[in-house]
Design a protein around this ligand. Structure first.
Ligand SMILES: NC(=O)c1ccc[n+]([C@@H]2O[C@H](COP(=O)([O-])OP(=O)(O)OC[C@H]3O[C@@H](n4cnc5c(N)ncnc54)[C@H](OP(=O)(O)O)[C@@H]3O)[C@@H](O)[C@H]2O)c1
Length: 257
């Protein structure tokens, strides 16, 4: 399994935005990135959940933490713009963007798929990535080593029946990553990749596999060495890649230094 042991505080001059920071993988990233000194901008739809995370980080870390409650299923374009503008006002630059928010939607054939759920799933899983990335690119460009990480899924790389909008929206996330990677490769130092975390013990996993024993899948903590690595100088040569936690080997992906 991939291991990475960065020096404590290696992210202390970095500012990282995490969506889906209120639970699961995003929450775990927030706690781990805070422990390594990052300033954090945390997005989630529940103010109460975000405040709890804020409190647990804030009491033990001097880092700057900002929370932005935003329901991606209902947010307007100007809501996204407002979040981006307030980040622009508060921070000199942005060093990282972790797109972790996601919703499962319905699990049924396309023929029976509820249209509203389809639209909502695309708003949460795809539009949020496009809008936040678009509005925050100027801030990311001001960093000398920024990273964007899009959370993918195995069903977003090979279609699977009954996974509906979730699968198709994850394919869109892969497409967005590839297009962005091409656009950025000669015009900035920003690196963009997607990561399929594999089966991880979270609420979403429980909803997708209700009969599964939750203890049979690992907790989000197992992913953290890889997440930290992908925001470290060591992974600077990884760009435009569809990564898998399960078989991740840096040597296969590093293109340049
Ligand atoms: N767990 C797995 O096995 C697995 C496998 C492959 C890919 N993934 C991907 O990993 C990412 C994280 O998922 P997870 O497993 O950590 O699931 P999770 O525990 O359910 O977390 C999902 C996060 O997205 C947020 N979210 C959901 N709907 C939202 C909305 N309308 N507006 C804003 N935020 C919203 C949730 O907020 P609340 O706290 O308010 O619910 C939560 O913070 C997702 O992109 C998922 O597709 C997970």
């Amino acid at each position: 399994m991939f291991s990475f042991n960065p020096p404590k505080g290696f992210l202390s001059d970095k500012t990282i935005l995490i969506t889906g920071a209120s639970d699961g993988i995003g929450k775990c990233c927030a706690l781990n990135f805070a422990n390594h000194g990052a300033n954090l901008i945390l997005l989630g739809r529940s103010t109460e959940k975000l405040e709890k995370i804020y409190d647990s980080i804030h009491t033990s870390n001097p880092n700057s933490i900002t929370i932005h409650p935003l329901d991606f299923a209902a947010a307007s374009i100007s809501d996204y713009k407002q979040v981006a503008d307030s980040i622009e006002d508060q921070y000199d630059r942005l060093d990282g963007l972790i797109h972790s928010a996601g919703m499962l939607g319905a699990r049924c054939p396309i023929e029976h798929y509820p249209v509203e759920t389809w639209e909502q799933t695309f708003r949460v899983n795809t539009a949020s990535i496009f809008l936040l990335t678009k509005f925050l690119l100027p801030s990311l460009r001001r960093s000398d080593d920024a990273r964007i990480l899009i959370t993918s899924s195995s069903v977003g790389r090979k279609g699977r029946g009954n996974w509906g909008a979730y699968a198709v929206s994850k394919f869109a996330g892969e497409g967005l990553m590839q297009v962005l990677a091409k656009e950025l490769e000669n015009t900035s130092s920003i690196k963009v990749n997607s990561l399929n975390p594999g089966g991880i013990r979270t609420n979403m996993r429980k909803a997708a596999y209700p009969a599964e024993n939750p203890e049979s899948v690992p907790s989000p903590e197992i992913l953290m060495p890889l997440y930290l690595y992908l925001f470290s100088p060591e992974s600077k040569g990884i760009h435009g890649e569809s990564l898998n936690f399960k078989d991740f080997d840096p040597l296969t992906h590093i293109k340049s230094g």
